[in-house]
Design a protein around this ligand. Structure first.
Ligand code: BV8
Length: 242
């Protein structure tokens, strides 16, 4: 696809690039997005109804098993050219702030150095009430418990209705306000407060480039829209500014 020369100029001259990624960036690695139905056993479940503390307390084993399935799935996939292009971009632009909503750890696996994880990480596990981190546990027919305090274990992700980590979200808003250009990549722009980040950039007069094969609530406000998969567009973008 031919990329608007104004976008290339923006990225070539930017001192600070801020990037927000969503599940769409991992789609080409074979990870279902939240808007896709999870396959098989889970296809009848709405992720936004499973990813809550209420769902976990109501049916701990079901929610624990949903995350165990996702953890196994993530262990079988690899970063895609979109993740690798963002690693390359980090070495080209003077300052890059990579903010992700994803919990799959694929940016880190691709080699991105500083990743602001707004919603935690699926691979990390802690106990529900006291935050004791656990690196290994025995899978039994009930939810494993914390060896330190005996409380149920849970994935170290931010569920709907839970607060985001303060340092990460404050740093993300500061980057949106400070950056010379903001890229919103592979996100449906529906989940807050992450979805407010590109709006924060626009409020500070910073141009927003959306990369997504579909339209989102952000599309009409974005300064530019690159319509296509991030695994194709991002390598082309990096090649165009190198
Ligand atoms: C909070 C971890 C304070 C768990 C996740 C303000 C307004 C409205 C609502 C709220 C608001 N403030 C708070 C809320 C409530 C809620 C919310 O936003 N609800 C939504 C549903 C309306 N937010 C919260 O609860 C947040 N907490 O604000 O705390 C508070 C405290 C108490 C009470 C109230 C407030 C916590 C939100 C975090 C939830 N946890 N993940 C887990 O993963 O299991 S969010 C989860 O869903 C994902 O992490 C992800 O972030 C999100 C899905 O969003 P996307 O990443 O955008 O993915 P999605 O599938 O939606 O879209 C994929 C996109 O990719 C699509 O557009 C598609 O076209 C595109 N795509 C597909 N293929 C490709 C592609 N793009 C590029 N290339 C491709 N190849």
């Amino acid at each position: 696809m031919s990329i608007n020369p104004e976008i290339i100029h923006l990225l070539k001259t930017a001192q600070h690039v801020a990037i927000l990624t969503g599940a769409g960036v991992s789609a080409e690695s074979g990870v279902p997005t939240f808007r896709d139905a999870f396959s098989g056993l889970w296809e009848d479940f709405d992720p936004t109804e499973l990813a809550t503390p209420e769902a976990f307390l109501a049916n701990p084993k079901m929610v624990w098993d949903w995350y165990a399935m996702r953890r196994t799935m993530i262990g079988e996939v690899a970063p895609n050219p979109g993740h690798h292009a963002l690693v390359a971009l980090e070495s080209i632009v003077p300052k890059l702030t990579l903010i992700t909503q994803n919990v799959d750890g694929l940016h880190q696996a691709a080699g991105s150095q500083a990743v602001l994880c707004l919603h935690g990480n699926l691979q990390r596990v802690r106990c529900f009430s006291n935050g004791h981190y656990v690196t290994e546990w025995a899978e039994t027919d009930s939810v494993p418990v914390c060896p330190t305090c005996g409380d149920m274990l849970r994935p170290d992700v931010v569920w709907f209705g839970e607060n985001l980590p303060v340092l990460e979200i404050e740093t993300a808003f500061a980057a949106a306000a400070d950056c010379d250009v903001f890229l919103a990549i592979g996100t449906s722009a529906l989940v807050h407060p992450a979805a407010s980040l590109p709006i924060e950039a626009l409020k500070h007069g910073n141009p927003v480039i959306e990369i997504n094969p579909e339209e989102t609530p952000l599309t009409r406000s974005a300064t530019y829209q690159l319509n296509g998969p991030s695994g194709v567009i991002l390598p082309e973008l990096v090649a165009a500014i190198t």
